[in-house]
Design a protein around this ligand. Structure first.
Ligand code: ADP
Ligand code: MG
Length: 238
């Protein structure tokens, strides 16, 4: 376990998750390495969302062990859960922005919760909104934005706290092709800067355009895990 543990940021060991009699995940064993870009795919109901939820303790596993950056999730004291959550930036298909708070406030909340100083928050939020090209909509409320714009704000919120890992659950599922491309490129940018990215998706286009590991789930089981070095590296620019 020692040698592997060096480069693994997430270790999933014989994990099961049941909802009543429904088995959502069955005996999943998987390591995710630092700075990997992992696509978790599989049909609807395969367990993709459940797998992501277990990683940030949105739900506890029913059996098995999960280690995130050295933290054993089955043993973590309640007061350390916020420390675990700060390791993740999370992006959902439906954005999950707070509708009555401005773009600025939605992103700033993460840093406020982490107890950062106001001056630093202002600087950081502006800078991250610039990288997702939303600086000019800083005072807008989410319902006035397009889906693509809302998802760019969600990406800003996910990265503003400098997480080690991004979890994205069908991040392009509600977007048109151009907006989806923006989101994919932002995820790739986070990866290029050294982050670990885990995307649950059945978006064929996203899968086709992304290098990294493809992990396939089927009926809660790990079907296979394959490295794809360069399916379409030339598309980086486009
Ligand atoms: N809260 C829940 N209660 C009961 N069953 C659930 C719950 N969440 C997920 N499931 C079931 O677990 C299985 C996996 O779901 P999910 O992880 O959402 O799959 P995916 O994201 O791949 O579509 C499905 O059969 C789903 O109906
Ligand atoms: Mg899902």
């Amino acid at each position: 376990m020692e040698a592997d543990a060096k480069s693994a940021i997430i270790r999933i060991f014989h994990v099961f998750k049941s909802y009543g009699t429904k088995k959502a995940l069955v005996d999943i064993t998987l390591d995710i390495l630092k700075n990997e870009f992992v696509l978790v795919t599989g049909p609807s109901g395969a367990g993709k969302t459940t797998l992501l939820k277990l990683l940030y303790l949105g739900e506890p596993a029913s059996e098995g062990q999960i280690l995130v950056d050295g933290i054993n999730l089955s043993r973590i004291p309640r007061k350390r859960v916020p420390i675990l959550r700060r390791k993740f930036g999370i992006i959902f298909q439906d954005y999950k922005l707070i509708p009555q708070k401005s773009v600025y406030e939605n992103v700033a909340l993460v840093l406020e919760a982490a107890g950062k100083r106001k001056r630093l928050i202002q600087k950081k939020v502006r800078s991250v909104l610039r990288t997702v090209n939303m600086e000019d909509k800083i005072d807008a409320l989410p319902p006035s934005l397009s889906g693509g714009e809302q998802q760019r704000v969600a990406v800003a919120r996910a990265v503003v706290g400098d997480p080690k890992i991004i979890l994205a659950d069908e991040p392009t599922g509600s977007l048109d092709e151009d907006s989806a491309k923006d989101i994919i490129n932002l995820l790739k940018g986070f990866h290029t800067r050294g982050g670990t990215v885990i995307v649950a998706t059945h978006d064929k286009d996203l899968i086709r355009k992304t290098r990294g590991r493809l992990v396939r789930l089927g009926m809660g089981q790990l079907m296979d895990s394959t490295e794809r070095l360069s399916p379409a590296a030339e598309e980086q620019a486009g």
